[in-house]
Ligand binder design. Structure first.
Ligand code: AR6
Length: 168
């Protein structure tokens, strides 16, 4: 898999799948979640509501998929990152699950390119350097037949620098 890092707004990325840093309710929120729902339009929320009606909330570390509405992507994969509470082992495992489960879902959908935001590093306050190491390591360890490219979409300069260094 080819791994890239860019500084951009993920709602503008024409990947087969973009990943959303959602919350367990799947009903939207602030940060990248708010941006994706705003730019993607009501189809995304409608499908999230259908998922909730089927399976209830989305647990931390898990991932679900909807269409991408008005976005230049085919799918939005919604995953719920851990809220940082200082329990490094537990939070790290849950963040790893987010990347792994999103990749697995993408793989099952035949996705070739997938774009990730820096899950949990905003409102959920996960330390950025540790989150970056987990993200890069999990993607590098993932065995895939379909996925050709993974794009880490950073929104702030600090994350961009962290990822550039990690991928050097
Ligand atoms: N494109 C790419 N990255 C973005 C964008 C964007 N348009 N907007 C923000 N980011 P956050 P979390 C970056 O807070 O920490 C929501 O309310 C941001 O700079 O969006 O997982 C949900 O509903 C940061 O690096 O998500 C949850 O309640 C990264 O995306 C909660 O926030 C993640 O920041 C999830 O918190």
């Amino acid at each position: 898999m080819n791994i890239e890092v860019i500084k951009a707004d993920i709602t503008k990325i024409p990947a087969d799948a973009i990943v959303n840093a959602a919350n367990s309710s799947l009903l939207g929120g602030g940060g990248v979640d708010g941006a994706i729902h705003r730019a993607g339009g009501k189809q995304i929320l409608e499908e999230c509501i259908q998922i909730r009606n089927r399976q209830g909330k989305c647990n931390t570390g898990e991932a679900v998929v909807t269409a991408a509405g008005n976005l230049p992507a085919k799918y939005v994969i919604h995953t719920v990152g851990p809220v940082w509470n200082g329990d490094e082992d537990k939070s790290s495992k849950l963040l790893e699950d987010c990347y792994k489960n999103s990749l697995q879902l993408a793989e099952s959908l035949g996705v070739k390119t997938i774009a990730f935001p820096n899950i949990s590093t905003g409102i959920y306050k996960f330390p950025k350097e540790l989150a970056g190491r987990i993200a890069v390591e999990t993607v590098r360890n993932f065995q895939s037949d379909n996925i050709e490219k993974v794009i880490f979409v950073c929104f702030d300069e600090e994350n961009e620098m962290i990822y550039k260094k990690l991928l050097d």
